[in-house]
Design a protein around this ligand. Structure first.
Ligand SMILES: Cc1cc2nc3c(=O)[nH]c(=O)nc-3n(C[C@H](O)[C@H](O)[C@H](O)COP(=O)(O)OP(=O)(O)OC[C@H]3O[C@@H](n4cnc5c(N)ncnc54)[C@H](O)[C@@H]3O)c2cc1C
Length: 114
């Protein structure tokens, strides 16, 4: 995270993004439209004790068959942990109807890590 970048001009931010996109995917040419939106303080930070609260919530949800929870309120706010909690929830939901004990493990290669 680089909160100081929010103080940069729109032109500078657009130039950085264009440079990154050029390196990443070879994007060239002039954009037809650019729009800069500054998301100040957009990444939430968990409070101390969050892990115990999340564990307790999951423990209580586990006692309710057919109910699953997932998302950035549990074990990380980035996309990777969100995907992980969603996969686990989906896996538990389909398990009663599946003969395969770990149906979603098969395409593990597509799972994100971190
Ligand atoms: C500006 C910004 C930049 C980010 N950048 C990154 C990044 O670079 N890398 C990274 O890993 N993470 C990033 N994140 C974090 C990550 O994107 C989020 O934590 C993640 O997408 C949250 O996923 P989620 O499924 O928990 O929630 P959401 O993606 O918020 O999904 C919740 C869904 O529930 C719907 N919903 C809400 N209430 C109801 C209701 N009552 N009934 C029905 N539907 C409802 C909403 O419309 C929404 O579609 C960023 C977040 C923000 C805001």
């Amino acid at each position: 995270m680089h909160p100081e970048w929010l103080a940069e001009s729109d032109e500078q931010l657009i130039a950085w993004v264009r440079s990154d996109l050029k390196d990443l995917i070879g994007l060239r040419g002039e954009p037809e439209l650019t729009r800069v939106v500054r998301w100040n303080n957009a990444m939430p930070q968990y409070h101390l004790g969050h892990r115990q609260i999340a564990d307790q919530i999951e423990h209580e949800v586990a006692a309710l068959p057919g109910l699953e929870i997932a998302g950035n309120a549990l074990h990380g706010v980035g996309i990777a942990p969100v995907v992980r909690t969603a996969r686990r929830a989906a896996e538990r939901l389909v398990r009663p109807w599946s003969s395969d004990p770990a149906p979603l493990q098969r395409d593990k290669s597509t799972a994100t890590s971190s």
